[in-house]
Design a protein. Structure first.
Length: 85
C-alpha cells in the first residue's frame, strides 16, 4: 500500500504544480512541461518519507520472495511426503 500512496502523492504534487503555475500565468504545453519539471525536482524533497516507506516495503517483499524461492510450496511438500510415506 505504501507504493500506491507514494504514487498518489506524486500525482497530487503534479496537480498542485499545474495549478500554481497556471495562476502564475503559464499556459498550454509550456505549463505542463514546467509543471512536470517542478514536480520532479520537488518530489525528492517533499516526499522523502513516503518514498522511504515505499522503498522499504518493496525491499521487504523482495527479501521475502528470495527467502521463499528455495523452498517448495507447502502443498508440494505435503504431496511429496504422502508419496514417499
Amino acid at each position: 500500500m505504501p507504493v500506491v500512496l507514494y504514487s498518489v502523492y506524486r500525482l497530487l504534487l503534479l496537480a498542485a504544480s499545474v495549478g500554481l503555475l497556471a495562476l502564475a500565468g503559464f499556459r498550454g504545453w509550456l505549463l505542463l512541461l514546467v509543471a512536470v519539471v517542478v514536480a520532479l525536482l520537488a518530489s525528492p524533497v517533499l516526499l522523502r518519507g513516503p518514498r522511504d516507506r515505499a522503498a522499504l516495503y518493496l525491499a521487504e517483499r523482495a527479501e521475502a520472495r528470495r527467502a521463499s524461492a528455495g523452498k517448495p510450496a507447502r502443498d508440494e511438500a505435503d504431496e511429496d511426503a504422502e508419496a514417499e510415506g
